[in-house]
Design a protein. Structure first.
Length: 95
């Protein structure tokens, strides 16, 4: 059984993940830091998630191999679409 904490933390993360991937699919060459994604990509969406939620979502997408990550420090990591995983990304968005 999943804990309430897991359920609460996964809901916003899944929503933010979907927003990020949708943006990346529409702008396939776009790459940015977590801060830039928060301030520029997601600021125009229906909800403006806080930076910590965006970082969690990006980390999960990277763990799943759906996005690329360049850099090592949190402040300078650059995220982008993994164009070799387009079908997997579409399936993720359809769920």
């Amino acid at each position: 059984m999943r804990s309430t904490e897991d359920d609460e933390s996964s809901r916003p993360s899944r929503s933010v993940q979907r927003e990020i991937l949708s943006y990346m699919l529409n702008h396939r060459e776009a790459k940015d830091t977590a801060s830039g994604i928060t301030d520029w990509w997601l600021a125009r969406g229906p909800a403006h998630p806080p930076l910590p939620d965006v970082i969690l979502a990006l980390e999960e997408l990277a763990r799943r191999g759906l996005i690329t990550v360049t850099g090592y420090r949190r402040e300078t990591k650059v995220y982008g679409l993994d164009n070799t995983r387009l079908q997997d990304i579409r399936e993720f968005l359809e769920k």
